[in-house]
Design a binder for this molecule. Structure first.
Ligand code: ADP
Ligand code: S3P
Ligand code: MG
Length: 178
């Protein structure tokens, strides 16, 4: 039983494209960040109070729980979830899509960084776009290594992205017989 798992950098559209994809496929959509917030409250507040390491530990448990869902689902991960080796192993048995993006696209989309605590790390004197770029470069090899399908950062609407992923999923399913 394979879920469709969306990974990629912050602001690449995992949450919004995941919702559109699930609607079009008639699958449930779950977002690890929404699940986290329902269980632990606001993510920025959790980061401020407990720090990133505690967030990652809870995030890892949530990904494992959600991937174990009884119905094939679309699961949007948070951008840093793939930092966990356990998470990389869990998602390996599902169909994983990397949504790629550029710093310019993301800055235009998410505006201020108040809802994404990772972008607040301006200790090196960087602006949010530079922080995003630095984090992206650190994680890019992991995203690519985990992905069955990579959606390059073309300017496409959310609906078109979802349709493109569905086509790729059906082609891959036919090719591999899974
Ligand atoms: N293809 C797209 N075109 C335009 N805006 C987009 C696109 N994908 C996402 N967005 C917008 O970018 C913002 C961040 O998207 P989101 O799904 O929260 O990203 P992520 O979950 O990867 O951090 C949202 O406001 C969303 O509506
Ligand atoms: O990249 C990251 O480390 C994070 C990305 C966020 O999710 P999105 O990628 O959905 O924005 C959220 O999990 C948290 O703020 C940390
Ligand atoms: Mg998201």
């Amino acid at each position: 039983m394979r879920n469709i798992v969306l990974i990629g950098p912050m602001g690449s559209g995992k949450s919004t494209v995941g919702a559109a994809l699930a609607r079009k496929m008639g699958r449930p959509h779950v977002d690890t960040d929404h699940f986290f917030a329902a269980r632990h409250g606001s993510i920025p507040e959790f980061f401020a109070e407990h720090g990133e390491e505690a967030f990652r530990a809870e995030e890892e448990k949530i990904v494992a729980e959600l991937c174990d869902s009884p119905r094939p689902s679309v699961i949007s991960l948070g951008g840093g979830a793939i930092l966990s080796r356990a998470t990389r192993e869990v998602i390996a048995s599902h169909w994983v899509v990397m949504l790629d993006a550029t710093a310019d696209q993301v800055v235009a989309r998410i505006g201020d960084a108040s809802t994404r605590p990772m972008l607040k790390d301006t200790s090196l004197g960087e602006d949010p776009a530079a922080v995003w770029q630095r984090i992206y470069q650190e994680r890019e090899p992991l995203y690519r290594q985990c992905a069955d399908y990579i959606m390059e950062p073309a300017d496409m609407s959310i609906e078109t992205r979802a349709d493109t992923i569905i086509t790729a999923f059906h082609q891959d399913t036919q090719r591999t017989g899974t």
